[in-house]
Design a protein. Structure first.
Length: 271
Protein backbone atom coordinates (compact mmCIF):
# COMPACT_ATOMS: atom_id res chain seq x y z
CA UNK A 1 0.00 0.00 0.00
CA UNK A 2 1.28 3.47 -0.89
CA UNK A 3 0.59 6.86 0.66
CA UNK A 4 -2.16 8.63 -1.28
CA UNK A 5 -0.41 11.98 -0.81
CA UNK A 6 3.24 11.31 -1.71
CA UNK A 7 3.08 7.66 -2.91
CA UNK A 8 5.68 6.48 -0.39
CA UNK A 9 5.42 2.76 0.32
CA UNK A 10 3.78 2.10 3.70
CA UNK A 11 4.06 -0.70 6.20
CA UNK A 12 0.93 -2.72 6.91
CA UNK A 13 0.20 -1.15 10.30
CA UNK A 14 1.27 2.45 9.56
CA UNK A 15 -1.25 5.07 10.68
CA UNK A 16 0.78 7.99 9.30
CA UNK A 17 3.13 8.31 6.37
CA UNK A 18 6.76 8.43 7.54
CA UNK A 19 7.62 10.70 4.60
CA UNK A 20 4.93 13.41 4.47
CA UNK A 21 3.14 12.80 7.78
CA UNK A 22 -0.21 12.32 6.08
CA UNK A 23 -2.79 10.16 7.83
CA UNK A 24 -3.38 6.74 6.29
CA UNK A 25 -7.05 6.35 5.28
CA UNK A 26 -8.19 2.79 4.71
CA UNK A 27 -11.99 3.08 4.97
CA UNK A 28 -14.39 4.40 2.35
CA UNK A 29 -15.87 7.85 3.00
CA UNK A 30 -19.19 7.68 4.88
CA UNK A 31 -21.24 10.24 6.78
CA UNK A 32 -20.03 8.69 10.03
CA UNK A 33 -16.29 8.94 9.39
CA UNK A 34 -16.74 12.32 7.66
CA UNK A 35 -18.42 13.63 10.82
CA UNK A 36 -15.68 12.09 12.96
CA UNK A 37 -13.01 13.77 10.83
CA UNK A 38 -14.72 17.18 11.05
CA UNK A 39 -15.21 16.78 14.80
CA UNK A 40 -11.59 15.81 15.31
CA UNK A 41 -10.36 18.66 13.14
CA UNK A 42 -12.39 21.48 14.68
CA UNK A 43 -13.60 20.42 18.13
CA UNK A 44 -10.96 18.14 19.58
CA UNK A 45 -8.94 19.95 22.24
CA UNK A 46 -5.72 18.45 20.93
CA UNK A 47 -6.14 19.62 17.34
CA UNK A 48 -3.78 22.30 16.07
CA UNK A 49 -6.48 24.85 15.26
CA UNK A 50 -8.00 24.99 18.73
CA UNK A 51 -4.54 24.69 20.28
CA UNK A 52 -3.32 27.66 18.21
CA UNK A 53 -6.36 29.77 19.12
CA UNK A 54 -6.03 29.12 22.86
CA UNK A 55 -2.25 29.41 22.98
CA UNK A 56 -2.36 32.82 21.27
CA UNK A 57 -4.17 34.00 24.41
CA UNK A 58 -2.10 32.18 27.03
CA UNK A 59 1.42 32.24 25.59
CA UNK A 60 1.40 33.92 22.16
CA UNK A 61 5.19 33.72 22.00
CA UNK A 62 4.95 29.92 21.83
CA UNK A 63 3.01 30.14 18.56
CA UNK A 64 4.70 33.18 17.00
CA UNK A 65 8.31 32.57 18.04
CA UNK A 66 7.80 28.88 17.37
CA UNK A 67 6.85 29.57 13.76
CA UNK A 68 9.67 32.08 13.26
CA UNK A 69 12.20 29.62 14.70
CA UNK A 70 10.97 26.73 12.53
CA UNK A 71 8.22 24.93 14.47
CA UNK A 72 5.63 24.38 11.72
CA UNK A 73 3.61 21.32 12.78
CA UNK A 74 2.61 22.01 16.37
CA UNK A 75 0.43 25.06 15.54
CA UNK A 76 -1.44 26.31 12.48
CA UNK A 77 1.01 28.12 10.21
CA UNK A 78 0.65 31.88 9.91
CA UNK A 79 -0.68 31.99 6.32
CA UNK A 80 -3.35 29.37 6.98
CA UNK A 81 -4.42 31.07 10.20
CA UNK A 82 -4.69 34.47 8.52
CA UNK A 83 -6.60 32.92 5.62
CA UNK A 84 -8.99 31.36 8.15
CA UNK A 85 -9.47 34.79 9.76
CA UNK A 86 -10.31 36.33 6.38
CA UNK A 87 -12.81 33.53 5.70
CA UNK A 88 -14.48 33.94 9.09
CA UNK A 89 -14.60 37.73 8.63
CA UNK A 90 -16.27 37.27 5.23
CA UNK A 91 -18.82 34.90 6.74
CA UNK A 92 -19.34 37.35 9.61
CA UNK A 93 -20.07 40.22 7.18
CA UNK A 94 -22.53 38.02 5.27
CA UNK A 95 -24.44 37.06 8.43
CA UNK A 96 -24.50 40.63 9.75
CA UNK A 97 -25.63 42.18 6.46
CA UNK A 98 -28.32 39.55 5.87
CA UNK A 99 -29.76 39.09 9.35
CA UNK A 100 -28.54 42.00 11.52
CA UNK A 101 -27.97 45.02 9.21
CA UNK A 102 -28.54 47.43 12.12
CA UNK A 103 -25.19 46.33 13.55
CA UNK A 104 -23.38 48.07 10.68
CA UNK A 105 -25.44 51.27 11.01
CA UNK A 106 -23.06 53.95 12.28
CA UNK A 107 -25.19 56.88 11.10
CA UNK A 108 -25.50 58.04 14.72
CA UNK A 109 -21.81 58.98 14.50
CA UNK A 110 -22.27 61.07 11.34
CA UNK A 111 -22.69 64.82 11.20
CA UNK A 112 -26.07 66.02 9.89
CA UNK A 113 -26.20 65.56 6.14
CA UNK A 114 -23.30 63.10 6.11
CA UNK A 115 -25.31 59.91 6.58
CA UNK A 116 -25.07 58.95 2.90
CA UNK A 117 -21.33 59.55 2.93
CA UNK A 118 -21.03 57.33 6.01
CA UNK A 119 -22.98 54.56 4.28
CA UNK A 120 -20.69 54.74 1.25
CA UNK A 121 -17.66 54.46 3.51
CA UNK A 122 -19.08 51.40 5.26
CA UNK A 123 -19.97 49.79 1.93
CA UNK A 124 -16.40 50.35 0.75
CA UNK A 125 -14.96 48.82 3.94
CA UNK A 126 -17.23 45.79 3.66
CA UNK A 127 -16.43 45.24 -0.04
CA UNK A 128 -12.67 45.46 0.41
CA UNK A 129 -12.44 44.12 3.96
CA UNK A 130 -9.95 41.37 3.11
CA UNK A 131 -7.61 43.77 1.32
CA UNK A 132 -7.85 46.27 4.18
CA UNK A 133 -7.00 43.51 6.68
CA UNK A 134 -3.92 42.63 4.65
CA UNK A 135 -2.84 46.26 4.32
CA UNK A 136 -2.95 46.76 8.08
CA UNK A 137 -0.24 44.14 8.62
CA UNK A 138 2.71 45.75 6.74
CA UNK A 139 1.77 49.14 8.22
CA UNK A 140 1.75 47.76 11.77
CA UNK A 141 5.01 45.90 11.15
CA UNK A 142 6.70 49.09 9.93
CA UNK A 143 5.40 51.03 12.93
CA UNK A 144 6.71 48.33 15.26
CA UNK A 145 10.16 48.68 13.69
CA UNK A 146 10.02 52.37 14.59
CA UNK A 147 8.68 51.86 18.12
CA UNK A 148 11.10 49.02 18.96
CA UNK A 149 14.02 50.70 17.17
CA UNK A 150 16.53 49.79 19.89
CA UNK A 151 15.53 46.10 20.11
CA UNK A 152 16.75 44.04 17.16
CA UNK A 153 15.01 40.78 18.00
CA UNK A 154 12.83 40.72 14.87
CA UNK A 155 13.48 41.88 11.32
CA UNK A 156 10.69 43.33 9.20
CA UNK A 157 9.66 39.99 7.68
CA UNK A 158 9.42 38.41 11.13
CA UNK A 159 7.30 41.35 12.30
CA UNK A 160 4.94 40.61 9.42
CA UNK A 161 4.49 37.13 10.94
CA UNK A 162 3.91 38.68 14.38
CA UNK A 163 1.13 40.96 13.16
CA UNK A 164 -0.41 38.39 10.84
CA UNK A 165 -1.04 36.20 13.89
CA UNK A 166 -2.20 39.14 16.06
CA UNK A 167 -4.50 40.57 13.38
CA UNK A 168 -5.95 37.13 12.63
CA UNK A 169 -6.66 36.44 16.31
CA UNK A 170 -8.34 39.82 16.79
CA UNK A 171 -10.47 39.37 13.65
CA UNK A 172 -11.64 35.88 14.63
CA UNK A 173 -12.56 36.89 18.18
CA UNK A 174 -14.30 40.11 17.04
CA UNK A 175 -16.41 38.24 14.48
CA UNK A 176 -17.47 35.59 17.01
CA UNK A 177 -18.33 38.13 19.73
CA UNK A 178 -20.28 40.52 17.49
CA UNK A 179 -22.35 37.75 15.86
CA UNK A 180 -23.05 36.11 19.24
CA UNK A 181 -24.24 39.39 20.76
CA UNK A 182 -26.33 40.21 17.69
CA UNK A 183 -28.04 36.82 17.93
CA UNK A 184 -29.06 37.40 21.55
CA UNK A 185 -30.35 40.87 20.64
CA UNK A 186 -27.74 43.18 22.16
CA UNK A 187 -26.85 46.42 20.37
CA UNK A 188 -23.30 45.98 19.10
CA UNK A 189 -22.76 49.42 17.57
CA UNK A 190 -21.19 50.89 20.69
CA UNK A 191 -19.58 47.54 21.52
CA UNK A 192 -17.63 47.63 18.25
CA UNK A 193 -16.06 50.92 19.32
CA UNK A 194 -15.59 49.79 22.92
CA UNK A 195 -13.58 46.75 21.81
CA UNK A 196 -10.90 48.93 20.23
CA UNK A 197 -9.10 49.43 23.58
CA UNK A 198 -9.25 45.65 24.13
CA UNK A 199 -7.59 45.12 20.75
CA UNK A 200 -4.82 47.55 21.72
CA UNK A 201 -4.40 45.79 25.08
CA UNK A 202 -4.18 42.35 23.44
CA UNK A 203 -1.61 43.57 20.90
CA UNK A 204 0.42 45.16 23.70
CA UNK A 205 0.18 41.93 25.71
CA UNK A 206 1.53 39.89 22.78
CA UNK A 207 4.39 42.33 22.13
CA UNK A 208 5.24 42.44 25.84
CA UNK A 209 5.67 38.68 25.92
CA UNK A 210 7.45 38.52 22.58
CA UNK A 211 9.98 41.20 23.53
CA UNK A 212 10.08 40.16 27.21
CA UNK A 213 9.42 43.72 28.42
CA UNK A 214 8.36 45.01 31.82
CA UNK A 215 4.98 46.68 32.30
CA UNK A 216 6.25 50.28 32.26
CA UNK A 217 8.26 49.71 29.09
CA UNK A 218 5.35 48.23 27.16
CA UNK A 219 3.01 51.04 28.32
CA UNK A 220 5.45 53.68 27.04
CA UNK A 221 5.97 51.86 23.75
CA UNK A 222 2.22 51.31 23.32
CA UNK A 223 1.60 55.04 23.75
CA UNK A 224 4.36 55.74 21.23
CA UNK A 225 2.81 53.17 18.89
CA UNK A 226 -0.57 54.95 19.17
CA UNK A 227 1.07 58.30 18.40
CA UNK A 228 2.72 56.85 15.28
CA UNK A 229 -0.60 55.20 14.37
CA UNK A 230 -2.40 58.54 14.72
CA UNK A 231 0.13 60.27 12.50
CA UNK A 232 -0.12 57.46 9.94
CA UNK A 233 -3.91 57.64 9.74
CA UNK A 234 -3.78 61.44 9.62
CA UNK A 235 -1.58 61.18 6.52
CA UNK A 236 -3.92 58.55 5.03
CA UNK A 237 -6.91 60.84 5.75
CA UNK A 238 -5.20 63.76 3.98
CA UNK A 239 -4.53 61.55 0.96
CA UNK A 240 -8.16 60.36 0.93
CA UNK A 241 -9.45 63.94 1.15
CA UNK A 242 -7.21 64.84 -1.77
CA UNK A 243 -8.68 62.00 -3.81
CA UNK A 244 -12.21 63.06 -2.83
CA UNK A 245 -11.43 66.65 -3.85
CA UNK A 246 -10.37 65.61 -7.35
CA UNK A 247 -13.34 63.25 -7.75
CA UNK A 248 -15.84 65.87 -6.55
CA UNK A 249 -17.03 63.83 -3.55
CA UNK A 250 -15.63 66.37 -1.08
CA UNK A 251 -17.71 69.16 -2.57
CA UNK A 252 -20.79 66.94 -2.47
CA UNK A 253 -20.15 66.22 1.20
CA UNK A 254 -19.85 69.94 2.03
CA UNK A 255 -23.02 70.75 0.09
CA UNK A 256 -24.95 67.98 1.86
CA UNK A 257 -23.77 69.29 5.24
CA UNK A 258 -24.69 72.87 4.30
CA UNK A 259 -28.15 71.77 3.15
CA UNK A 260 -28.74 69.81 6.37
CA UNK A 261 -27.68 72.84 8.44
CA UNK A 262 -30.07 75.12 6.51
CA UNK A 263 -32.96 72.67 6.98
CA UNK A 264 -32.20 72.41 10.69
CA UNK A 265 -32.18 76.23 10.97
CA UNK A 266 -35.53 76.48 9.15
CA UNK A 267 -37.06 73.84 11.43
CA UNK A 268 -35.77 75.67 14.51
CA UNK A 269 -37.12 79.03 13.36
CA UNK A 270 -40.50 77.48 12.51
CA UNK A 271 -40.78 76.10 16.02
Amino acid sequence: MNCKNCYTELEEHDDYCRSCGGRVVRNRLTFKNLFEHVSETFFNYDNTLLKTFLTLFRTPEAVIDGYIEGTRKKYVNVISYFALAITISGLYMFIINKYFPEVMDFSFMSAPGQEEFQKKNMAFVQEYQSIIMMLYVPIYALMARLVFFNIKKYNYTELLVVFLYIQAQISIVSAIVVVALAIIGLNTNILGIATLPLMVIYSAYCLKRLYNLNTLDIIVRTLLFLVVLGITFFIITIVMLGVMFFTGELQEMFEAGKKAAEEAAKTKSAN
